[in-house]
Design a protein around this ligand. Sequence first.
Ligand code: ZN
Length: 261
Amino acid sequence: MPRTRLLAVAAIAIANMFVGCATVDQKFGDQEWYQKSKAASTKAVVVTSTTASKAYARMQKYLAEKDVLKTFQDAGEHSETAVLGVLHKSGIAAATSTPHAAAQKQAKKPVAPPPLTTVPEQYAGSLRWPLDAYIVSSEYGDRWGKMHKGMDMAADAGEPVYAIAAGEVIYAGDGLRGYGNVIILRHDRKISSLYAHNSELKVKQGDQVAQGTLIALLGSTGHSTGPHVHFEVRDGDAAVNPRTVLPQSKWASGPGLPPAM
Ligand SMILES: [Zn+2]
């Protein structure tokens, strides 16, 4: 995909957020796709213009610096064992391995998972992206001959990191090797999300969060080459590609990938 086309697609997203912005109107106002997106988004823009204008300014900066930002990603492996330990302890992702024979003798009946008092059995709401402005610096999938279980999203240190959905904080700290200051949220019996390498954590274990709650400030703690969020979404033990479960991103496309529009 040519770079000009890519930038044009980014501009569509900007146009969606900035109805009435003179510059965008002048540039795209006579084009049909712009008119349509403008008409469709008028109502939302009125409500969010203050936040959106700040995100717009940051996004322009990140786009200008994207060659540098794309180098900000994980600098090494994260401890999968540590994450699974947190998930299993919370009861959202029961271990699938057969219980040890001795344990089976002691517990004749299967042990029921702990009750969920703070999150629903099955989350039925929407998901949002954890950042308002960012450059994707590393996609989910094969990397360095191993599986990259998250998506790396680079931005300036201090960029706000938001909860993608309502839920409970099941981990907030720096004790999971490689992840730096990391937050893990559970959203229901199976679905969790993880936000790593933060400079500051704004919530603590046991807190309830709403979708869009500020949970951390982006940073470069843990195994990291520069300020970014390593972002994971899990279904049980298994990490899934965030692009397959979150809405199509308004902003940056990944390196070498078509724009997420
Ligand atoms: Zn990562």
